[in-house]
Design a protein around this ligand. Structure first.
Ligand code: PLP
Length: 381
């Protein structure tokens, strides 16, 4: 019932079969309406009209408090940024690198992050050690432990990989890094909104994500959660800090957010978070778990289809990646294009393994999965 209400708020569910929330989640209509209301009111009655500006800025702040409650932190710990990629750069660039310093990471990171490592290596001589995630948590954790060196300064991991949907054992990895005095930054872009994430309990120094994926928020808003103990290492805007020794440290927001911004994005996220809480985060996770299981069971029966990392829910997520054996990248891309053109099914070509990625969000149903499987069957070799 609750899922049906969410679908009603997402008109695209009547027009297409959408499996691309891992890239861009759709924003519910009531949130789009409130964003439009904020923009219109400010334009019609004065963008700097004090009462209106205050009203919408305050409404925008409820996105910060809503997100903080969802992530188990306080609003002061959250700084807005434009997306995950920028948030990661806000964190990493501020750490003050010397040639030979090392970053420890996995082989399942996002292409944008891999680009950052290349840039850091070129510009500053930082070494990046990439550790294979493999199929078991224990194996991965052991390989990570062996990869530390006296020069390791940062452990960077995706909570959930955008490549194959694998959930990495970040709680233990963070604990291991802390024992060694190594900072930790986690990429939560594919995790938050899929299952409960308590950032304070995880103990990460930095946890970064975007509003526009599984949180179904608007595009153009990302966040960095900064642990109180890591505040001293976070100042991307070079905000002057209070020199008084007993001064309260400036919040993450004060250190990162400068200049004028579009408050309607925060307003949209605030409304979306309220709506998803009304549906129920547990209900949404349950729906994702069940629909993902249906999809994987269906894919397993299709000839020539090989699912990557088909792990149980607690080790995976609502991202399912697969390849059709014997097909090259172009053939997979052609299938993605054809399913869109003929069936209005929206899935993703995933370049890392030249295959296909399907994201089953909380608004997706068994009927959506049946549509995809029925469309796939006659098109396979
Ligand atoms: C794990 C991961 N990190 C980072 C990103 C980049 O996110 P954004 O486009 O919000 O910068 C993505 C996007 O798909 C992702 O999946």
């Amino acid at each position: 019932m609750a899922v049906a209400r969410l679908r009603q708020a997402l008109p695209l569910t009547q027009r297409c079969t959408y499996f691309q929330t891992g890239s861009l989640g759709p924003t519910p209509a009531p949130a789009l309406d409130e964003m439009a209301q904020a923009r219109a009111e400010l334009q019609w009655r004065g963008p700097a009209a004090l009462d209106l500006l205050r009203k919408w800025l305050q409404r925008g702040e409820t996105a910060r408090s809503g997100l903080a409650a969802l992530l188990g932190v306080t609003p002061d710990n959250i700084a807005w940024t434009v997306n995950t990629s920028q948030g990661i750069r806000d964190v990493v660039r501020g750490l003050g690198w010397a040639a030979g310093d090392e970053i420890l990471t996995s082989d399942l990171e996002h292409v944008g992050t891999r680009g950052l490592w290349e840039g850091l290596t070129q510009a500053l001589g930082v070494r990046v050690r990439v550790v294979a995630a493999g199929a078991t948590d224990d194996g991965f954790l052991e390989r990570l432990r062996r990869a530390y060196s006296p020069r390791t300064r940062l452990l960077f991991l995706s909570h959930v990989s955008c490549v194959n949907g694998q959930r990495l054992p970040i709680a233990q990895a963070i604990a291991d890094a802390r024992e060694r005095g190594v900072l930790t930054a986690m990429d939560g872009a594919q995790a938050v909104g899929q299952f409960a994430v308590n950032v304070a309990e995880l103990g990460a120094d930095f946890y970064i994500g975007s509003a526009h994926k599984w949180l179904l928020g608007p595009m153009g808003l990302g966040y960095v959660v900064v642990a109180p103990s890591a505040l001293a290492q976070f100042n991307p805007a070079l905000t002057p800090l209070d020199p008084a020794p007993d001064a309260v440290p400036l919040s993450a927001a004060r250190r990162a957010e400068v200049g004028t911004t579009d408050v309607s994005l925060r307003v949209g996220l605030a409304r979306t978070l309220e709506l998803l809480a009304e549906v129920g985060w547990d209900v949404l996770e349950d729906q994702m778990r069940q629909v993902t299981a249906c999809l994987r069971a269906g894919l397993a029966e299709l000839p020539g289809v090989q699912t990557l990392a088909p792990l149980p829910w607690l080790h995976s997520s609502a991202i399912t990646s697969f390849v059709v054996q014997g097909w090259d990248a172009a053939r997979h891309q052609a299938l993605v294009d054809e399913l869109y053109a003929t069936e209005r099914i929206i899935i993703k070509f995933q370049p890392e393994f030249a295959g296909i990625r399907v994201s089953t969000a909380g608004f997706n149903t068994q009927d959506d999965v049946d549509h995809l499987l029925t469309a796939l069957r006659p098109r396979l070799p």
